[in-house]
Every structure is written in C-alpha cells, then in structure tokens.
Design a binder for this molecule. Sequence first.
Ligand code: ATP
Ligand code: MG
Length: 555
Amino acid sequence: MSTNAAAPSNFIRAIIDEDLASGKRSGVVTRFPPEPNGYLHIGHAKSICLNFGLARDYGGRCHLRFDDTNPEKEELEYIRSIKEDVRWLGFDWGEHEYYASDYFEQLYEFAVELIKQGKAYVCHLTNEEMREYRGTLTEPGKDSPYRDRSVEENLELFEKMRRGEFGEGECVLRAKIDMASPNVVMRDPVLYRIKKMEHHRTGDKWVIYPMYDFTHCLSDAIENITHSICTLEFENNRPLYEWILEQVYPEPHPQQIEFARLNLSYTVMSKRKLLDLINRGVIDAWDDPRLPTISGLRRRGYTPAAIRDFCDRIGVAKTNSMVDMALLEHCLREDLNQNAERRLAVLRPLKVVIENYPEGEVEYLEAQNNPQDPDAGTRLVPFSREIYIEREDFMEDPPKKFFRLAPGREVRLRFAYFITCTDVIKDAEGNIVEIRATYDPETKGGSAPDGRKVKGTLHWVSAEHSVPAEVRLYDHLFTVEDPNEGDIMDNVNPNSLEILTDARVEVNLADVEVGEKFQFERQGYFCVDPDSTPERLVFNRTVSLRDTWSKVKGN
Ligand code: ATP
Ligand code: MG
C-alpha cells in the first residue's frame, strides 16, 4: 500500500498509515452511507471526497451503502438522485452498491444472538417511561422492570414482535448494557422497534426495523469496512458501535473515526430543513440553484472539479467550524477562469445607433475565446449599425470617476471600434430609450492609430444579430451567516433571485446545450439552465467575477 504524495495529510490518513504499518490492516475499505431521505448536499460531498479519496489513494475501495432502515422516509427518487450525484462528482463504487435493508435477516439473527447471550431484552415501557428511566447527564438511569426476563421469554417475545403480534409502540428490543453508564447512549439503547409499514425494498416482510446504531456497525462489519468515517456527533455512539461488534462479530472490527461536519455560511444543509424550505414554497425544488445541494450547485453551474478542489482545501478536522461560502465560489472561479469560454451578453439592454455606420452592413469581428487558454481560439462576432450596450454603462450626467459612455465621451467597444456618444433619445416620461453615436473606422480591433486612449471598454451585441435570453441572477438564500440562529424563516433573503427577461446574447450562443458554461465578459460566469427552450434561452449566473475571498482574506 502506498499513499498518494499529492493528497494533503490529515489525522485520518495518519491513523490509516499506522494501521497499515502495524499490520492491523492489510488494505483500506471505506463507505459512503447516505440515508435516502433527501438529496445530497455539499456536506455530503465532503464525506464522498474523503471516503472515495481514501479508497483511491490507498488502492482500496469505497462502498455506496444506502442506510435505508427507516421505512417512513425513504423514496426511490432519492436513491436515483444520490447515485447520479456521486457519479457526477467523479466517483465510482463499481459493483459495491449495498442496502442496509439487504441485511435485515442477518441483523435479526445478530439480535437473537444477543438475546441468547443474555445481552438484549424485550421492554414494554412506553416512550415516556423510558425517558424517565433513562436518567440525565448528571444522574444515572433506573433499570427497566423487564430487564431481567429469561432468555427463553425474550426469544419468544422477540419472535412475536417479528410476527406482528404486538402493535406499534407496545414494545422494543433493547441492549442490556448499563443504566448507570456516564454515557447516556450506553443506557440500554433500543435496538429494534415495531413499525407496521411497507419498506421500499423489503415490502411487507418486516414489521420490526433495526435502529441506526445497531444497523450501522454490523453493516460495516458485514462489508469488511476497515475505517468507518462519520461526523463528530456520533462520537458518543462509538462505545455502542464497538460494544455491539464485540458481542456478536469476529475481529477485526471496523474502526469508527469522527471528523467535523462541513458548515457553510449563508445557507443551511440539513435535509430536514431543505425539505421544509421546499414545503413552504421558499424554493421550488431540491435542484434550485440557490441551494447547497449537489443538484442545485450543478444547475447553478458548479463543476465537479471545483467542488472536489473545495473539499480538498477545507480538509478534515476534529472541531466544527463554519466555512466561508466565498471560498467555495473562489474554487469555482479558478476552474471557470481556466475553462469557460468568453462571450458577449447584455443583461439590461440599451440601444445605441451608430449614425455614421452604413445601414444594412454587417462585419464579422474576431474575438478571443479564452485569454487563459491559447488553444481555445477565436470566433467571429457580428457588428452592425444598431447595437445594445448595458444600461448601467451609460450616464447622462456622470460623476468624475465614471469612465464609461456619456454625452461627448469616447469609449472602446470590445473587439470592435471606438464610439462617441452624440445624442440621447428619451420617451415622453424622460426615460432614456436610445443613444446616438458615431464610430471611428480607424479604430477597428480596439486601438487608435494616432495613439489616443479611452478609459472604458464596453461589451455589446449587435441588435439584429443577437438572441433574446432570460437571465437569472442569484444572491445568498439567507441574509445572515448562520441562518439557524433565530427563526430560519426570518433570515430568508427576499432578493435571492432576480429574473431579467429581456437580455440579449451574441449569436454564437444560439445553439448552446443545457449545462454549458461561459464567462459573459464583465458580468460573471453563466450556465445554460434546463428551462431553456429552442425559442428562449435561460442562463443562470453561476458566480460574479468579483472574488471576495482572495481580496478580503488576502489569499
Ligand atoms: P443531514 O443532517 O444533512 O440530513 P445526514 O447526516 O442525516 O445529513 P446522511 O444521509 O445520514 O445525512 O449522511 C451520509 C453521510 O454524509 C454520513 O456519513 C454523514 O456523516 C455525512 N455528512 C452529512 N452531512 C455532512 C456534513 N455537513 N459534512 C460532512 N459530512 C456530512
Ligand atoms: Mg442521518
């Protein structure tokens, strides 16, 4: 086994290195174990990159295991989306696709084994009673009156539970560990509960379902997982994980290792909260481009490479912290700056008529596709007498520092000519509706033979030769860094989406495909939305050009 020198070292790799060096392990098998009760988000991406990354770097393998023990919430649509998202991120589980529900029979046998050892019992306390008996963090719990039943009686009762002879909530199977343990998790935890509910994979075969803590460690063991990596909140569950395996499973046991979950500013990640936002109509669906879901990020225009880069940079730690959303955006800009071709698009058009340019004439000007990538070549952009520029690039009465177009002012049109504003046309209400200008034919390509300079360079499109488009601009979904502080609904940003319906984009964008990404010069990076139709293109602004992370943090 060799480690990948390029991979950043961390405490998990240190543990694995030691296990391999000492001979405790001869290889690495990890797993990514989503519960199919929602779509994956950027936090899951961290776990995916970590688990699949370790398997890749140590020449091992990573399983995709659906932790589908709760029949209430699981849906096939979630399973489909999870597989799509993991693949899209660039990872492959090969033939190692598993479902905890496939182990129900084996898990049942392990429970029977625990009962036979006198280490599990059927308990009839109500939920409320059980809570009272459990004690608190500072006081020990009390033994259940059902705790000392005989093995025979427990076997019989557990069998009856399986046969459906008890109603929901009438009884549970509990581990018999220690009601006085300082760790509340170890106070005779529930292993099985009754749920008379169909399961999406096992149908009506089962009316009892194993709890997460019982299922997870045994599923890991059954699959020969070597290192079971989970988030910090499971630290207190580790003794139970180990206890269960010690009772019923031969060594070597998988080792649970906890790391800090990812929290990202200005957003929420819990699937429950995301679903709540959908149900309340704040957003439409799991793939809303404002969400931190993988499908939302994909629709927004994020690339798998940018997300993987982000996960590498944040690394793994032992303490929870909040990561700045600006870092995620920074990783994306770095990728798109290298790889996205440039195009001209006017988001809020203002017409300019170039009066000395011949009517009906059109010329095709050469434009560079990507200054970062010499291989990207050039394209031809049509120029004509009537063009659109950005409304905000013109001011009738500009302040001193405004270097764009204004009456009498000369500017450069990107890849084209210098133009000078000669007149401003207004409607009856005094709104500016059109600009009149002249161009200097000597400045083709953007420089003047007499060496005179202009301060502003504007993007533009030919009026006749451009294509209409809808453009969706996004802002953070929440107005505060941590939306969980206070009522989350009070923190929703009412201006997180702005839709521009009369944008005009250069004709070379006419036949783009959904998911294609471009830099619209001076406006940011944009991605073709699935809502696009042959009649109407829809673009999402992925991210603006201004990189707040490198500027503010001095990175
Ligand atoms: P959520 O709380 O968002 O609903 P979850 O933890 O319930 O997430 P699971 O489907 O159980 O979601 O998670 C699958 C795996 O992803 C687990 O191993 C979990 O530790 C990991 N994971 C979930 N959220 C994060 C996060 N924010 N950062 C890192 N790993 C995460
Ligand atoms: Mg969970």
